[in-house]
Design a protein around this ligand. Structure first.
Ligand code: MN
Length: 537
């Protein structure tokens, strides 16, 4: 995305799809507000801080995001950096934009610590705490701008930010199917994290490019001609060179032999319909000879992540080979923008947007669901996901279900880490004692001390999202009856009561069986969604 040229409001608006006058008014207001609020701040580059805000908003527009998200992109640093009071944003822009801005601010507080085991947990944590996928997308757009202007930051910080981007942000973008963003993040971080490898791969690619450029441009012309001869006029042909980072990655897998990598050059042919895809494939094969074993039909058999396209690799003469990817426009958009291409749902102030969990529904709807007619994909869709999607189809109008899914389930939970990097999910305000009993009752029963982020803490300290908790236990350690005053989890309460042989706490007034059943069902669904978050990562 464009980092060189000075961006203007009209650049942002012209990148957006179908904007109404109301949308333009909103974006303009956010633009002016952000420019004024940050007027005294500067970037490391010496440029006004606002450059970063308009850069982020532009990235969001390019991802196809709606006016609310683009406006939130302008405002995303205003609570943290200026600071503008939350009430002001609420009053000027409403609660949905405030929700997004606060979400991005909170996400910024999750710290990257660097161990491999920790990283996987951190990715889960990011996804789980975002609540609304738009928060995560703003964070990614923000990172894309920062990584594009990294040359102005001091060297140690460059390496830290670029490593974090490679290990956390790019994989998240990839798993959300926003492959375009994932590639950009990787290629921009690559030179800072692996400078030598970067130079090598760059030289290698340059050499290869010089070799093949002529025959590829000739091929492109010929392909155009062939398609036109057969009355394919509504076709777009794009040429792409493999990203440096993914080339490096693949080189390592192929014994550093660039001749074994067939998708360095790829030509995308974008056609109107699925039938056209197969016809164009036939046409290409009648003119150019395909490489055996390289024809892949991801339309009939989509990849587990839902990706669809037809691939073939052909000889175009002079020994040059090129991969051809044939797809419809819809497949292309979905392949490049993933979940972002699905959430251009009506943003724009008329209806109250369904924020929480709506994105999980979006995500679920992208997973191919097995029916009896398509037994082939049965291995990729676990039964419980199918059940959940089925359940959703039948219950989308059910108010209580919607209400409960949009409720504050995730807001009532915190995620903390073990020293080895595993995530432990606890109710809000949990303490090291709750943590200890959640790990194992034996650890709980012998706890004598705790460290949070490496520093000693009291056992009643309230834990916060993202903290690393370490429990000190000793053989002769035993529970203290005062722990009952502050523990939050039932598991801790139960074990402490057992130890002191206290009766179990009297259960609260029992509810009507019907209500209890509904409640059980809701808890079930919430659990499934939780498991889904972990499964998906
Ligand atoms: Mn920012």
């Amino acid at each position: 995305m464009n980092q060189q040229k000075t961006l203007t409001l009209s650049d942002v608006i012209s990148k957006m799809k179908s904007v109404s006058p109301d949308d333009i008014a909103l974006i303009t207001k956010a633009h002016d507000f952000a420019m004024d609020a940050h007027k005294d701040l500067k970037r490391f580059s010496g440029e006004p801080y606002f450059v970063h805000l308009i850069g982020t908003a532009y990235n969001l527009a390019e991802l196809g995001m709606g006016p609310i998200t683009v406006a939130a992109g302008f405002l995303h640093d205003s609570i943290e950096d200026v600071p503008v009071p939350a009430e002001t944003i609420q009053r000027e822009f409403g609660s949905e934009i405030l929700f997004l801005v606060e979400g991005v601010t909170k996400l910024g507080k999750i710290r990257y610590k660097g161990s491999e085991r920790h990283n996987e947990s951190l990715r889960k944590l990011f996804i789980a705490t975002s609540q609304d996928i738009r928060v995560l997308i703003i964070k990614l757009a923000d990172r894309l701008h920062n990584i594009g202007t990294l040359q102005f930051v001091r060297p140690e910080k460059q390496v830290r930010i670029a490593t974090e981007t490679l290990q956390i942000y790019a994989p998240i973008a990839y798993r959300l199917g926003i492959r375009k963003l994932s590639r950009q993040l990787e290629d921009l971080s690559f030179p800072y994290v692996y400078p030598e490898e970067y130079r090598k791969v760059k030289d290698l690619l340059k050499e290869k490019k010089n070799e093949t450029e002529k025959s590829l441009s000739k091929f492109q012309k010929n392909l155009h001609k062939e398609l036109a001869k057969n009355d394919y006029r509504d076709v777009s042909i794009q040429y792409r060179i493999k990203g440096l980072f993914s080339l490096w990655w693949k080189l390592q897998k192929k014994g550093n032999d660039i001749e074994k990598i067939y998708d360095i050059n790829a030509v995308r042919v974008i056609v109107p319909t699925v039938a056209d895809c197969y016809q164009v494939l036939g046409l290409v094969h009648t003119v150019w000879r395909p490489l055996p074993g390289r024809i892949k039909d991801y339309i009939a058999f989509p990849k587990p992540n839902g990706y669809r396209s037809i691939y073939t690799t052909i000889f175009v003469g002079d020994g040059t080979i090129v991969e051809i990817q044939i797809k419809t426009k819809e497949m292309y958009e979905e392949g490049e923008y993933g979940i972002a291409s699905h959430i251009s749902y009506k943003e724009g102030g008329h209806s109250k947007s369904k924020t929480n969990f709506h994105w999980i529904q979006q995500l679920l709807s992208r997973i191919p669901i097995t029916t009896k007619d398509q037994p082939q994909s049965s291995t990729v869709t676990p039964k419980w996901i199918k059940d959940l999607v089925e359940y959703q189809k039948h219950n989308l109008d059910n108010d209580s279900y919607q209400h409960n899914l949009q409720g504050d389930y995730l807001k009532e939970r915190i995620f903390v880490f073990t020293p080895r990097g595993d995530v432990v999910d606890l109710p809000i305000d949990s303490t090291p004692i709750d943590f200890a009993y959640t790990i194992h009752s034996d650890i709980g029963n012998h706890t004598v001390g705790a460290k949070i982020n490496g520093k000693y803490s009291t056992l009643s300290e309230k834990l916060k999202n993202g903290e690393i908790v370490e429990i000190e236990s000793r053989k002769n350690g035993k529970p203290n009856i005062k722990w009952l005053d502050f523990v939050k989890t039932t598991i801790a309460q139960r074990h402490i009561r057992n130890y002191f042989e206290l009766p179990a706490r009297p259960s609260k007034k029992s509810k009507s069986p019907k209500k209890a059943k509904l409640k059980r069902k809701i808890i079930q669904i919430k659990t499934i969604i939780f498991i889904f978050l972990y499964f998906f990562m």
